[in-house]
Design a protein around this ligand. Structure first.
Ligand SMILES: Cc1cc2nc3c(=O)[nH]c(=O)nc-3n(C[C@H](O)[C@H](O)[C@H](O)COP(=O)(O)OP(=O)(O)OC[C@H]3O[C@@H](n4cnc5c(N)ncnc54)[C@H](O)[C@@H]3O)c2cc1C
Length: 364
């Protein structure tokens, strides 16, 4: 890493940065310039610099917003500026006997927020334990796990609109959340989220444990602590246990979590598949469609632990693509393996798999 003196500012700017340690898939990537943002003033200042260095003023500056790098697939070379929102702080804004409103800055670690909330007696996030990444990225794909999504606890988001340089407070409704989707995901590198406002409840009896084996494992935790009923802390610890068993830790084996979204198909198609494959795993949606377990489809297509080396599905969890050549494999290797897996699944089931992590183009 070298420090650039080209632009006079007190910003934390570096050039020719190797990002292989900044993405959990450990793909090779060199970025022209990286600016670490510690305050909202830093965001404004960085935006001004970007506008100055953008030749055509009407054009959106070419930037990539990068937080924990756990949901991105980076190209070998990024000839643009990478903005890293690392703002810290958690503030209580409002509290009643039933709930508490907290404002969390974008650079806070998501899992640490979940643990500290539950320890404080503030509930609602426990099902989202152990999701890697930073808080600012959590609204981008409306993070979700074990029957709960971020939108269930989110009141609003404060975000900077990079093309115009204007701050916006965006309500939960205006974030246009959907399954692993939001306004921010549909307009990439246009918004820079600096804080999120969450409403967490205080009722220890209100838990969401009816998903997979959460109930059973949480029950064991509750019994160990002589609690008559399951409490949020039991759900959180159960989910931590389950995730540790099922998902490889990116530090040991680079990955970016679930690589494919669970496809949503029409009920008629699901029934047809069920006739041929009675064990098919599907979850009925409120709109009548069915969410099919992508991991099951991949496994049944004979691809558990398969793919094209060095990018292979995990031996215990077919939904996760893992990189067996850290800091050497590139985006092209991902594409080759992804195409092979998708095509094999489509040929067998007629179901199209969609990628979940964000594909970053070399020329944004
Ligand atoms: C082992 C593992 C398990 C996972 N499990 C889950 C899971 O259960 N559920 C789930 O939903 N996800 C899961 N993920 C995916 C990932 O953890 C989440 O999507 C997480 O929110 C990404 O956070 P990040 O800080 O790493 O974001 P990054 O990967 O850095 O960025 C992701 C996207 O958000 C944008 N972005 C980042 N920060 C900001 C910001 N401040 N403002 C605007 N845009 C921004 C980026 O440009 C990019 O498009 C998992 C990943 C791994 C590696």
């Amino acid at each position: 890493m070298t420090t650039s003196n080209a632009i006079p500012s007190n910003l934390d700017i570096q050039s020719n940065v190797d990002l292989s340690a900044y993405n959990t898939m450990s793909l090779v990537c060199i970025a022209d310039r990286v600016i670490d943002l510690h305050t909202e003033q830093d965001i404004e200042q960085a935006s001004q610099i970007l506008q100055q260095t953008t030749t055509d003023n009407s054009k959106k500056p070419s930037v990539l917003v990068l937080s924990g790098g756990s949901n991105v697939l980076l190209p070998k070379q990024l000839n643009i500026t990478v903005l890293r929102p690392l703002l810290k702080g958690i503030t209580v804004l409002n509290e009643t006997t039933d709930y508490i409103d907290i404002e969390v800055m974008a650079g806070e670690n998501w899992h640490e927020l979940v643990v500290s909330s539950v320890n404080n007696g503030w509930f609602g996030l426990e099902n989202l334990a152990l999701i890697p990444g930073l808080v600012g990225a959590s609204p981008v794909q409306n993070i979700g796990a074990y029957g709960v999504q971020l939108e269930d606890s989110l009141l609003s988001v404060k975000a900077y609109h990079l093309p115009t340089g204007v701050w916006h407070t965006i309500s939960c409704e205006d974030c246009q959340f959907a399954y692993r989707d939001s306004l921010f995901k549909r307009q990439p590198n246009t918004w820079l989220i600096s804080r999120v406002l969450l409403r967490l409840h205080k009722d220890p009896q209100r838990v969401s444990a009816n998903y997979g084996d959460v109930q059973q494992v949480a029950q064991k935790h509750a019994q160990q602590h002589q609690r008559i009923s399951i409490q949020p802390v039991d759900v959180m610890n159960a989910i931590i246990d389950i995730r540790k068993q099922k998902l490889p830790d990116p530090k040991d084996l680079p990955n970016c979590g679930s690589f494919f979204q669970n496809p949503i198909i029409a009920q008629a198609q699901f029934k047809q598949l069920q006739a041929d494959y009675p064990d098919i795993v599907g979850y009925p949606m409120s709109d009548g469609q069915v969410k099919v377990a992508a991991g099951w489809l991949i496994e049944q297509a004979g691809l558990k632990g398969g793919g094209i080396a060095p990018i292979l599905t995990h031996k215990n969890q077919a939904l996760v693509l893992t990189n067996h050549a850290p800091k050497q494999a590139s985006q092209a290797d991902i594409q080759t393996s992804q195409q092979y897996i998708s095509q094999t699944v489509f040929d067998k089931f007629g179901v199209l798999l969609q990628r979940e992590p964000v594909w970053i183009d070399e020329n944004l």
